[in-house]
Write a protein that binds this ligand. Sequence first.
Ligand SMILES: Cc1cc2nc3c(=O)[nH]c(=O)nc-3n(C[C@H](O)[C@H](O)[C@H](O)COP(=O)(O)O)c2cc1C
Ligand code: SF4
Ligand code: SF4
Length: 426
Amino acid sequence: MAEMRVEIAGLEFPNPILPGAGPLVDNGLKLAAVAAGGAGGLVTRTVTVAPATAPPRHAEIRGGVLNTPRWSELPLSQWLEIEYPRARAAADAAGIPLIVSIGYTAEEVAYLAPRVAPFADAFELSMMHGEPGLLTDPVTEGELVHRQPVSTWTRGPSPVLDAIRAIKPATDKPLIVKVNPLGSSEMGALAREIEAAGADAITATNAFGPVTALDVESGRFLLDTPDGHAWLSGAALKPLALRCVFDIARSVSIPVIGAGGITKTEDAVEYLMAGASAVEITTGALKTGAAFYGRFAGRLSNWLDAHGYASVAEIQGLGIRRWESLQPHRDSVPVLYDIDECIGCELCELSCHYDAIYMVPGKNKVGGDLVAEFNADRCFGCGLCVVRCPTDALLMPMLQRDGIYLHPKTLQPAKPGSGSIETPTR
Ligand SMILES: Cc1cc2nc3c(=O)[nH]c(=O)nc-3n(C[C@H](O)[C@H](O)[C@H](O)COP(=O)(O)O)c2cc1C
Ligand code: SF4
Ligand code: SF4
């Protein structure tokens, strides 16, 4: 069985599947259920000096969930007296680390860190880049005032860097900084600033926003926030968050925890291959509950076994290493076509707008009378047919830095345009 243990910032996790800060970890009993459910570690709901006042709302859209979460609705005093002690006991019983999520300003986290530190194995610093339509008056806790929104990238990284510098002297526990996804290529540079400010690891990413969606029957915005805005989490977030992880992992030497849109085993594998050391899952577990995490870890273990990997470590960063060994796609190169895999579905003919692949009479793999004929001279490798082909009949060759083309599945040398260019029986 594959070795599932991972190490992040000096902490050992029995498996790399963690909950993300969210509804499944927003009190001590729920955290205990997630620990008992087999998660590799615990991450608590974000707490700041005062409880969130507006209740969170959610709405399902295709590929994701719109939400308006802020942070824990429970007061700090309740976390300190009841919820953190319960979570600590559950983490100890399960033998897993407890990561305590706090936010948001330098002033707030400097106040929180020493109070929360006795319960925490590590901190996760959460950040906000504006709050979707839930602006209220500043809330106060003693002499501290929580002013919102606390922006990060939209106002530059200074508030986050200030918060990191405020936590570090207050505790010797590792600090994980959770970043919001950026739709620009600055993620690596920002991660370097976070590392230089003293972070021990980075979680990428939080939900993305603001976004919106409408209900076409009533014409209202799905989440009736004052500005119609919400955040996006779930599957639709994955390509953006995964790119952030890839950019960050190549830019810093501290570990990265991937988060965003993980719903199935292969999603987690992608994150690990893109450079993550572990993953956090929130929306993917909303409908199944605390037992989700252990089951997910079991499926990942099976996946590693089935693919011949001895450990999580073996796939960690594999995508980066592969990317470094390949040449970027610059030339027009025909795809690989294997007529023996063709089932005659005609999808490639419909997708090819260059007349490079078309149906002709001939026996196909499933005994039908149509088969695709490929004209490599007309194909320039746009990949539209590869996207549509339901079998491995059409594949995109990979070009290594040494100039050798590889078959993307077997990783054996392959000749673009080949596979079968013979004319089938008419
Ligand atoms: C309902 C809800 C509440 C959340 N609350 C928090 C929070 O308190 N602190 C935080 O850092 N992230 C919070 N998140 C963000 C998640 O932890 C996670 O980073 C994000 O949703 C992307 O992962 P996912 O696609 O697996 O949900 C919340 C997300 C949701 C959906
Ligand atoms: S890769 Fe593009 S040009 Fe080539 S056969 Fe497919 S769709 Fe046509
Ligand atoms: S899409 Fe693939 S399986 Fe379908 S006809 Fe084309 S080559 Fe054959």
